[in-house]
Design a binder for this molecule. Structure first.
Ligand SMILES: [Zn+2]
Ligand SMILES: [Zn+2]
Length: 236
């Protein structure tokens, strides 16, 4: 009896099942070690846009050498492989907002020591998409990071989505850029700030560019992008 109650208490404290394979996993995170090993770390990446680099190349990717991004750097600790895509898809599109804590904890374990910034800004959703989904996943992630790192200042009002844009998942890079031109507006009060923008996955970087342009036009001194993962082929 005592053992059963203790077990229930421990199950309440430590989630017992892996969020992916559903195998029993004692421990503080609801992800077993086997599934965790399937998340490919983005270890050798461009120091500006976080695109994975060929092993022979170090520093900055060819795209950034030709045309540096408006944002100052991106942090994306994983590549967007199948296992992470499964988690992110459920988190974004299937209402699994409880996965936010897992994703934030994994991010913090992987990044270890996030750079100091004046404020953290989640990429805003258009109000209609926010209303349909019921939440903004970038905002949930930023809030979860702040719960773990209370020194982070959240500034949700600094950036607004000024118009609705078409869903981007099937668009090529150039179409994404056109789709997002003028989509974000920064409120005043960015002058001289170092800002981190929280997003889920960095694909072509079009959202990051549009957001950084708006924040820099409003006076921000430094804009970096904090996201979970980078897609392996940003030009796709
Ligand atoms: Zn598992
Ligand atoms: Zn790059």
């Amino acid at each position: 009896m005592v053992n059963r109650i203790t077990g229930q208490l421990l199950d309440g404290l430590f989630p017992s099942y892996c969020s992916l394979c559903k195998w029993h996993c004692p421990g503080p995170l609801p992800l077993c070690q086997d599934c965790r090993n399937e998340l490919p770390a983005n270890e050798h990446a461009c120091r500006l846009c976080a695109s994975p680099l060929p092993t022979a190349v170090s520093g900055v990717c060819g795209t950034c050498l030709q045309s540096p991004p408006t944002f100052d750097r991106a942090i994306a600790p994983w590549l967007y492989g199948e296992y992470l895509a499964c988690l992110v898809h459920r988190w974004k599109f299937s209402g699994a907002r409880h996965l936010t804590t897992l994703l934030a904890d994994l991010w913090l374990q992987q990044v270890a020591d996030p750079p100091a910034v004046d404020a953290v800004i989640p990429v805003p959703l258009h109000w209609l998409r926010h209303w349909r989904r019921g939440y903004n996943q970038a905002e949930l992630l930023a809030l979860a990071l702040q719960r773990r790192l209370p020194q982070l200042q959240l500034a949700t009002g600094l950036l607004q989505r000024s118009r609705r844009t078409a869903a981007q998942s099937t668009m090529a890079a150039e179409a994404r850029r056109r789709n997002l031109t003028g989509a974000f507006t920064a409120a005043g009060g960015c002058a001289n700030l170092r800002l981190a923008v929280v997003d889920d996955v960095l694909t072509t970087g079009a959202t990051a560019e549009a957001v950084a342009s708006a924040l820099k036009a409003s006076g921000a001194r430094h804009v970096e992008i904090w996201c979970l993962a980078r897609t392996p082929s940003p030009g796709d």
